[in-house]
Ligand binder design. Structure first.
Ligand SMILES: CC(C)(COP(=O)(O)OP(=O)(O)OC[C@H]1O[C@@H](n2cnc3c(N)ncnc32)[C@H](O)[C@@H]1OP(=O)(O)O)[C@@H](O)C(=O)NCCC(=O)NCCS
Length: 164
């Protein structure tokens, strides 16, 4: 399978949140952006991950309550994760700036977002449009399983970006 949506059992997640303290020991804070931080977050996502994720991030930041988290180190954004951005119940997009990968920040952002969904009342989360490279990350961090016959799923009639 090259691409699929994945399902996460939110009720099975470890909710100790020890990953937040672990990130703090590295000088990294995971939190929701404040209202006045909308533009810096959008600009950062656009610079590192492109226009499509900008639109989804904007959806998540404009939700009330916000469904977006950022990772901050030395007063700079180094990662982000959104949910309810592509569709309700979907978690993602997620990204960590390349030089900062491999330090548990992606894991902390993903689990923080999933636990926020759990507290909101969701029983399951869906990770949309996962490619072959991403399956291992979601399986390892959140016990996600691929959903059979789920591609292109909700993206079946997706409109191309930046239409004339
Ligand atoms: C995917 C991504 C967010 C992971 O961020 P990260 O900060 O490097 O991840 P972490 O350091 O928290 O990794 C957590 C664990 O997952 C593992 N892992 C990370 N990426 C993995 C992958 N692609 N496949 C399998 N395991 C992976 C790590 O080895 C680590 O394992 P450990 O806990 O045993 O040490 C980051 O690589 C990224 O931004 N990629 C580009 C954007 C992207 O592809 N987003 C997902 C789209 S579906």
């Amino acid at each position: 399978m090259d691409r699929a949506d994945m399902l996460v059992k939110l009720y099975d997640l470890d909710d100790s949140r020890s990953f937040l303290a672990e990130q703090e020991t590295r000088g990294i804070t995971i939190r929701k952006p404040l209202g006045g931080e909308k533009q810096p977050v959008i600009d950062w996502v656009g610079k590192h991950f492109g226009d499509e994720w900008v639109d989804e991030t904007e959806m998540a930041i404009m939700s009330s309550p916000k469904s977006c988290f950022v990772a901050i180190r030395e007063n700079r954004i180094i990662g982000f994760c959104c949910y309810d951005a592509t569709a309700l119940g979907f978690c993602g997009p997620i990204g960590v700036e390349a030089p900062h990968r491999g330090n548990g920040t992606g894991k902390a952002l993903l689990l923080t977002s999933l636990l926020d969904m759990k507290l909101k009342g969701y029983g399951y989360a869906i990770i949309g449009w996962v490619n072959r490279d991403g399956f291992g990350f979601y399986r390892k961090v959140a016990g996600a399983v691929a959903i059979a016959d789920s591609f292109p799923g909700v993206y079946k009639a997706y409109l191309p970006g930046k239409q004339q």
